[in-house]
Design a protein around this ligand. Structure first.
Ligand code: PRX
Length: 651
């Protein structure tokens, strides 16, 4: 990995700073920089005391005996404690006025709407938990969820949590192959899907993908199919069941069973620096605490907020900030099924104004698309209900930040740029909006309870404004516990790169105000439209094609997506480098991984530039893909002529 090269040069220079208004700070949970610093210090000095105090916000069936057992790199939080995650998100809200508060306000892409109060959501979850039990699910079993953005996705997740089954949600944009791989890796017994989901006016045929996936999935015994689009599907007798048929027969009585704090809650697959996705394992109490705590503080949550996180539930952002964090806090969550530009480019602004959304949390890639579509789409939409904005998933360029601040936030709403990862479970670095002045492009400072630092390869803190590796020095409650089925990889990837610390694989710099500026990944992981993708995954998909001999994949700058996918491909002899083949290879990658991995460009080359030891020179390829002159030392190139050839082979 490129991190071995050590120094990451920091280039960004941004000096603007936006303090929160007096009006915002005075009503905030944390009201000043001094208050934030005091909290952070207290938490750093006595982390267990700090987290124990925070954990009182959860409802426990049995209180824990010990806050933390840390045997690097394995953490156990709240040992001896017992709770039920779904009861924390539902049952405990039923005793007072929240019972009839909207838990989910949902809008489908075609315009259909549903509101589920906490009481209604509780009833649906109990019924579906009984459905799962009736078809053989038990605590500890793995259940795959492959659904569109409909309330049933949340219902299915919480129903799993209720009975102690471990869910593995797969984003609807992944292909049949990807679904099969994940089913097999998790050893999932039950799969929940739908006849389809709406996206840009078209139906995504989820059940059809499942049928293909199941030909290769060895462990799935039962499939539950939700009718969403009236899309014809094939149902296999004895294996496939309609959601509504099973729900009709299920009882609404399903008491929540207590589970250990460390009971596995879910597996979520994410890309690493190899071709095989990693099943990130999160457990119950620590994860729930991390998500609810950060949701309350970072979004400065109030009882009357309508909180809209635009991520899909298939990603960690959806898990933590559509489902577990907000519902644990009794929040009203806005949920939307479809694309931001359907039927027109103002769909998000229309939703915000019609439902009076007060907190809006989205990705920089979406903001860049809004800018491109033009300000005219904001006309006629009243965004005055907004009081706080957020971003997640990738560095935000200051220009996009300023647009978001002025056009969406009317220069009034603080912006929380939240840095975190699938592995961290919850937000780690972000302004507390009433306390910290924001700077466009900086995620600012770590949350109280998070000890993040910028270090060199030896783990020494680097000086201000010097690039280094972002690490976390102390365990935190929502951290991943392992990689499902591969603890050796967990140890190797996260705990050996910089000894003694959690390695994020991100580069960062700390400025003179102790603000952190994330500079992007230092491994071979791309961030395409806020989605993580391994270059190796795309490479293995390409070499899997019968005509491909070798492939190298690198990121290239992309105005909207942040990073695009650029592929250098060597063909097996006897194959002609045609445009048809380029198209076939693109389609092949989509089939192997999903549409999110569709290559932006494919260049054929007779061979790939390699060092004498045979390592592909990715830095060189990145420069070529970016259209830059190749700088630096290329004397180790095996074949200089390749360079010139690659440059001239523009698409
Ligand atoms: O590179 C960082 C980037 O996204 C990576 C994590 O990706 P994933 O696990 O898919 O989770 C995304 C949603 C939490 C990180 O290693 N990243 C995430 N948030 C930010 C970010 N980069 C810069 N600024 C952020 N706010």
């Amino acid at each position: 990995m490129s991190s071995s090269s050590g120094n990451i040069t920091s280039v960004l220079k941004e000096t603007r700073s936006f303090p929160p208004s007096q009006e915002f700070s005075s009503q905030a949970h944390v009201k000043s920089l001094a208050e934030y610093e005091k909290l952070w210090k207290e938490a750093a000095e006595e982390p267990e005391k700090f987290w124990a105090a925070q954990a009182d916000s959860l409802s426990w069936v049995k209180k824990w005996d010990k806050v933390l057992e840390w045997k690097e790199p394995h953490a156990k939080w709240f040992l001896g404690g017992k709770l039920n995650v779904s009861a924390n998100c539902l049952d405990r809200h039923l005793s007072g006025a929240r019972k009839n508060k909207a838990a989910i306000i949902w809008e489908g892409e075609p315009g259909d709407t549903r509101v589920l109060t906490y009481q209604m959501l509780h009833r649906e979850v109990c019924k579906f938990a009984n459905v799962l039990k009736n078809i053989g699910a038990k605590a500890g079993d793995r259940v795959t969820i492959y659904l569109p953005m409909v309330p049933e996705a949340v219902i299915a997740m919480l129903a799993c949590a209720r009975i102690g089954a471990t869910h593995s949600v797969i984003f609807g944009g992944f292909s049949a192959e990807a679904v099969a791989d994940r089913n097999n890796d998790a050893g999932a017994k039950i799969l929940i899907t739908s006849d389809g989901g709406w996206r840009r006016g078209k139906i995504i045929p989820l059940k059809e993908n499942v049928d293909q996936a199941l030909a290769k999935s060895k462990t799935i015994e039962k499939v539950v199919v939700l009718k969403r689009c009236a899309n014809p599907v094939t149902m296999k007798e004895g294996r496939d069941f309609w959601w509504h048929d099973l729900m009709d027969k299920a009882s609404a009585d399903c008491p929540a069973e207590p589970f250990d704090s460390e009971h596995p809650l879910f597996i979520l697959y994410t890309s690493g620096s190899t071709g095989k996705p990693k099943g990130i394992l999160h457990t119950s109490a620590g994860y729930l605490l991390g998500t609810s705590y950060s949701h309350r503080l970072v979004f400065d949550l109030k009882e009357e907020d309508i909180f809209w996180c635009t991520a899909d539930v298939g990603w960690i952002t959806g898990h933590s900030y559509i489902v577990y964090g907000p519902l644990c806090n009794g929040t009203t969550v806005m949920m939307y099924e479809g694309a931001p530009n359907h039927p027109k480019e103002d769909r998000f602004w229309d939703i915000i104004s019609r439902y009076s959304v007060s907190i809006f949390y989205t990705a920089p890639t979406a903001i860049r698309a809004f800018i491109k579509w033009g300000d005219q789409w904001l006309n006629g939409h009243d965004l005055s209900s907004l009081r706080l904005l957020g971003t997640v998933g990738e560095p935000i360029n200051p220009e996009a930040w300023m647009w978001y601040h002025k056009k969406i936030g009317a220069s009034r709403c603080p912006i929380v740029d939240t840095w975190w990862q699938t592995e961290t479970g919850s937000i780690m670095i972000s302004p507390l909006p009433g306390a910290l002045a924001t700077k466009p492009g900086s995620a600012t400072r770590p949350l109280p309870g998070v000890v993040a630092e910028v270090v060199d390869k030896q783990g020494n803190r680097v000086g201000d404004n010097q690039g280094g590796f972002l690490v976390v020095k102390k365990p935190w409650p929502a951290m991943l516990r392992t990689i499902y089925g591969d603890d050796a990889r967990y140890q190797e990837q996260y705990w050996t790169q910089v000894k003694g610390f959690y390695f994020t694989a991100d580069g960062a710099r700390r400025d003179e105000d102790q603000y952190l500026w994330i500079m992007g990944r230092v491994d071979d992981v791309l961030n395409v439209a806020g989605h993580r993708l391994s270059t190796m995954e795309v490479e293995s998909a390409l070499v899997n094609h019968p005509q491909v001999a070798e492939a190298a994949v690198v990121g290239k700058p992309d105005e909207i997506k942040g990073e695009g996918i650029s592929c250098f491909v060597t063909l097996k002899s006897g194959n002609a480098p045609t445009d048809e083949l380029k198209k076939a290879l693109r389609d092949h990658v989509v089939k192997e991984i999903g549409a999110l991995a569709r290559p932006d460009e494919i260049r054929f080359t007779e061979s790939l530039p390699k060092t004498r030891s045979g390592k592909i020179m990715r830095r060189l390829l990145r420069d070529i893909a970016a259209g830059k002159q190749t700088l630096g030392d290329t004397t180790t190139l095996e074949d200089y002529s390749i360079l010139a050839k690659l440059r001239s082979d523009e698409e």
